[in-house]
Design a protein around this ligand. Structure first.
Ligand code: PHE
Length: 454
């Protein structure tokens, strides 16, 4: 087995940008605004924050601290920490990572296509059939595949350069750029006439819309957006210096991620409302691909300076997808390096090929293979469902049990306190430990059971 030393992130800012880059992704842009608008605005955000504090952040801290303590990738972690029988946790996490790479890279490919179309000013007509254009594009056999290969190739290119010169450097440039671009779009959106109605719809609390589903959605969103249970936080944790405060950087990542998600909501929902009022139609709110590839292009087409906003938007979408996919790619690459002891270059080639297999099926499942259905779902939706609802949840649950019930409390506190050197008060560390041991596993078990039963 390789020694404990490995390439580390160089700076605190670099770690935060890499973690935030992994967290901020499609989930923030196409799911959070919709969930918030549909589930009672600020009421949803409040529930989301409570669950973040009780369940998602403690789960993130767990993955992070285990990664840093073991300084290896998720499959070898239990070995390194003296519990080889727990190896199966890593298998769940790597399966989630491969499933996510299947559909995420395909969407990454779509963002490249829409970014190029927006640069070529193809979203100018408010009467164009954007729904038809989108379904024609994604169902064609070649173009989306080529775009997916290019998107995954970009990630491989960054990954070749390693942790500091590749991942950290790219994150330090991309994550702040993404923030600025999204803030600019939000400013354009709220200065449109009629935007106020959308802003009210998005943010005014409406507790009558809150149900058990809201809680399940809030918890599920917290998990997906922080990328828990795919080995990404663990691997970034393993590259983090031992004087980094794990609790603080987990809270900062979750806060940046939430801030970004709210700004994305302000960029998207008021614009949809403003343009529908101007056209005399009722605003349509969708989540997922429909929202970003169909509704928004027609909104941009009707908006003053819409061409520029479209470029900025698809640029942000592509960057957000890129830094998230990069962290998942790294989880798999590092696993290959640590297990096979191959060089990074070889591991990156292997990972590229591993990612392209499910991605090819996911891409074709939108067209020529759309008849292939498992559990009633096409391959794209199946991998999405399996990763988000089964593998990420179970890997996270097992990691929590591993930290809370198998590893020693002293070791957890030792890691969280940077071997006694951090200034975090003891009561905070004890509270975090209680959340890891009792509250978070109960929360995760509850979402999983609810999903299984309903
Ligand atoms: N957090 C990313 C998003 O919101 C997705 C992701 C999942 C990243 C799993 C890392 C690991 O889109």
């Amino acid at each position: 087995m390789k020694p404990f030393s490995r390439e580390l992130f160089g700076s605190r800012f670099g770690v935060l940008m890499a973690l935030a880059g992994s967290a901020i992704g499609l989930g923030n842009l196409w799911r959070f605004p919709y969930l918030t608008a549909q589930n009672g605005g600020a009421a949803f955000i409040l529930i989301y924050i409570v669950l973040l504090l009780l369940v998602s952040i403690p789960t993130m801290i767990t993955e992070y601290l285990i990664g840093r303590r073991s300084r290896t990738s998720i499959i070898l972690t239990p070995n390194r920490l003296g519990h080889p029988k727990m190896k199966f946790i890593g298998i769940f996490a790597i399966i989630s990572a491969i499933c996510i790479m299947g559909f995420y890279n395909v969407v990454g490919g779509w963002t490249i296509k829409y970014l190029t179309s927006s640069i070529m000013l193809q979203f100018g007509s408010d009467t164009a059939d954007y729904a038809g254009q989108f379904s024609e594009y994604i169902s064609s056999p070649y173009m989306p595949l080529i775009h997916t290969f290019i998107f995954t190739g970009l990630i491989a290119f960054i990954s070749f350069k390693g942790v500091k010169k590749g991942i950290e450097k790219a994150s330090k440039i991309i994550t702040p750029t993404l923030f600025i671009a999204t803030v600019l779009i939000a400013i354009r959106a709220i200065t449109l006439p009629g935007a106020y109605e959308g802003l009210k719809y998005l943010l005014v609390p409406d507790f009558s819309k809150v149900s058990i589903d809201t809680i399940q959605n809030a918890l599920g969103q917290g998990f997906f957006t922080l990328g828990l249970g795919a080995g990404t936080i663990l691997i970034y944790g393993s590259y983090t210096k031992s004087d980094e405060n794990i609790t603080n950087s987990s809270i900062s990542t979750a806060a940046l991620d939430l801030f970004f998600a709210i700004v994305a909501g302000i960029a998207i929902i008021p614009a949809i409302f403003a343009i529908s009022y101007a056209n005399g139609s009722t605003p349509t709110l969708d989540a997922g691909p429909q929202l970003v590839f169909v509704t928004l292009p027609s909104v941009f087409a009707s908006m003053p300076f819409g061409d520029i906003v479209a470029i900025l938007f698809f640029f942000s979408l592509a960057l957000a997808a890129l830094t998230s996919a990069m962290s998942i790619f790294e989880s798999i690459t590092a696993f290959i390096i640590d297990v096979t002891e191959k060089s990074r270059d070889k591991a990156v080639y292997i990972c590229y090929l591993i990612c392209l297999i499910p991605a090819t099926f996911c891409s074709l499942s939108q067209g020529v293979m759309s008849d292939v259905r498992i559990l009633g779902l096409n391959i794209f939706d199946l991998l999405d469902m399996l990763s988000a609802n089964v593998f990420m949840t179970l890997a996270s649950l097992f990691l929590l049990i591993f930290a809370g019930w198998i590893l020693k409390k002293e070791d957890i506190i030792d890691e969280l306190s940077n071997h006694g050197k951090a200034t975090t008060p003891m009561w905070i560390l004890n509270t975090v430990y209680i959340l890891i041991k009792y509250v978070a596993p109960l929360g995760v078990t509850a979402i999983f059971t609810y999903w299984l039963l309903f």
